[in-house]
Design a protein around this ligand. Structure first.
Ligand SMILES: [Fe+2]
Ligand SMILES: [Fe+2]
Length: 133
C-alpha cells in the first residue's frame, strides 16, 4: 500500500508520522508473507502499536492547543483503535489472525487519515489563513 498525495492533511509533522505508520503496516504485511512470521510480525505489531500511541498523543496535544471543536470525538476514535489493537495483540499470540490484522490496519489507516484527520487538517489550514470554518 503506497502513500498517496490525497493522504496529506497539510501538516508536515503529521504527514511524516502517517507515512511512518504506513511503513509499519507494509513491513508487517511483508513479515506475515515471509518465513519468520511469529517473531518478526509480533515485533512489528508491538512497534506499530507504540508508534500509533505516540502519534495520537501528538495529534491530541495539537488539537488541544488550537481548541479543536471536535476534539472529544476525535479522542474517542483514537481510544477505540487503541483498544482494538490491544485485543488484536492478545489474539495474535493465541491464533493466526494475519489476514485480519493487516486488513484492519489498512482500513483503519485510510479512515483515520482521509476522514477524521483531514477534517482537522482543513480546520487548521483555514485557521492559519484567518478564515476558520
Ligand atoms: Fe493521525
Ligand atoms: Fe487522529
Amino acid at each position: 500500500m503506497e502513500w498517496q498525495a490525497e493522504y496529506s492533511v497539510g501538516i508536515d509533522t503529521i504527514d511524516r508520522q502517517h507515512k511512518e505508520i504506513l511503513g509499519y503496516i507494509n513491513r508487517l504485511n511483508d513479515a506475515l508473507d515471509g518465513k519468520d512470521r511469529w517473531n518478526v510480525s509480533h515485533y512489528l505489531l508491538i512497534q506499530v502499536d507504540a508508534f500509533i500511541k505516540v502519534h495520537f498523543a501528538v495529534e491530541e496535544a495539537l488539537l488541544e492547543i488550537i481548541a479543536y471543536p471536535d476534539l472529544a470525538a476525535h479522542k474517542l476514535g483514537h481510544q477505540d483503535i487503541i483498544d482494538h489493537i490491544a485485543d488484536l495483540k492478545l489474539r495474535a499470540v493465541r491464533e493466526d489472525i494475519s489476514g485480519e490484522l493487516v486488513q484492519f490496519l489498512r482500513d483503519w489507516f485510510i479512515g483515520h487519515v482521509l476522514e477524521s484527520d483531514r477534517a482537522y487538517g482543513k480546520y487548521i489550514v483555514a485557521r492559519e489563513q484567518g478564515t476558520p470554518p
